[in-house]
Design a protein around this ligand. Structure first.
Ligand code: BTN
Length: 245
C-alpha cells in the first residue's frame, strides 16, 4: 500500500479524489493523503469536518479480483487493523463501535468510509477513507460531547507521517493475511474489541426505530440484535444508524 502515494495540500474529499483516479486506472494500493479536506464525507450522507493538519485524512484504493457478490465489506478488517495498531502505539483502551468507528469510552477518534465501484460483474475498485482525529482540541458544537483526539486523550502530538506509514503497513498486513475475506479468527478478534456487544442499541429500519441488545457479530460482519420479544435481527452496516455504544 502507498507505493503510489499522492500528497495533496487541500481537496474536497480524498475518497472522491481517489475514486476519480480509480476510474482513470490508477494502480492497486494507491493512497491519497491531504493536509486539508474541505468537503469530507462521513457514512450515511453525513459530513466529516476537520481543521487543516489536525486530522490524519487519507484514502486507499484496492483492485480486488472478485465478483461483487463474493466481496465482503472490508471495513471491519480495516477498522480492526487500525484499532489494534493505535492501541499498540498509544496504549489507549480503544474499542470498535460497530460497524467501524474507533472510540475511546463514548467518544469517537476514527471514522472509516468504504465505497465500491463495480463494473461488468467484477469489483473495479474499492476506496476506503480514514479520518483520525490527531491534534484537534475543539470540535463543532454538535459533536463536541462525542469526539476526542489523540492529543486530548494522551496529551501527546503524534507525527502524522509516521502514523500514516505505520498504519498503512498494518492495514496491508491485515489485507494480505486475510485475502480480503472475513475469517472466523478475524471476527473473533473483532468481537473482543467491539464495544457494542452486550449494549443496548437502537437502529432505524425504514421509518421505524427498533431497540434491542447487540448480542453478536455474524460471519459477514453484520450485527445480531436481540429484540425485546426475544427474536434476533441481523443489522447490516449500510442501512442503519446505531445509537448507543
Ligand atoms: C464516518 O465516521 O462517518 C466516516 C468518516 C470517514 C472520513 C474519512 S476522511 C478521509 C476520507 N475522505 C472522506 O471524504 N471521508 C473519509
Amino acid at each position: 500500500l502507498g507505493k503510489n502515494l499522492i500528497v495533496l495540500d487541500s481537496v474536497g474529499s480524498t475518497n472522491d479524489y481517489l475514486k476519480h483516479l480509480g476510474s482513470e486506472g490508477c494502480e492497486n494500493g494507491t493512497v491519497v493523503v491531504t493536509h486539508e479536506q474541505t468537503k469530507g464525507k462521513g457514512r450515511l450522507g453525513r459530513s466529516w469536518t476537520s481543521e487543516r493538519d489536525d486530522n490524519l485524512t487519507f484514502s486507499i484504493l484496492l483492485r480486488p479480483r472478485m465478483a461483487p457478490k463474493d466481496m465482503v465489506d472490508i471495513t471491519p478488517l480495516t477498522g480492526l487493523a487500525i484499532c489494534q495498531a493505535l492501541r499498540d502505539y498509544t496504549g489507549l483502551d480503544l474499542k470498535i463501535k460497530w460497524p467501524n468507528d474507533i472510540i475511546l469510552g463514548k467518544k469517537k477518534l476514527v471514522g472509516i468510509l468504504t465505497e465500491m465501484s463495480a463494473e461488468f460483474d467484477a469489483v473495479e475498485y474499492i476506496v476506503t477513507g480514514i479520518g483520525i482525529n490527531v491534534d484537534q482540541t475543539t470540535f463543532p458544537d454538535e459533536i463536541s460531547h462525542k469526539a476526542t483526539s489523540l492529543l486530548i486523550a494522551t496529551g501527546r502530538h503524534y507525527d502524522k507521517n509516521r502514523l500514516l506509514a505505520g498504519l498503512l503497513g498494518r492495514i496491508e498486513e491485515a489485507f494480505v493475511r486475510s485475502n480480503l475475506a472475513l475469517s472466523a479468527e478475524t471476527i473473533s478478534e473483532y468481537k473482543k474489541l467491539c464495544a457494542s456487544i452486550g449494549k443496548s442499541v437502537t437502529f432505524k429500519s425504514g421509518t421505524r426505530s427498533i431497540s434491542g441488545v447487540a448480542v453478536d457479530i455474524d460471519e459477514d460482519g453484520a450485527l445480531k440484535v436481540m429484540l425485546s420479544d426475544g427474536s434476533l435481527r441481523t443489522v447490516n452496516a449500510g442501512e442503519v444508524t446505531v445509537q448507543g455504544i
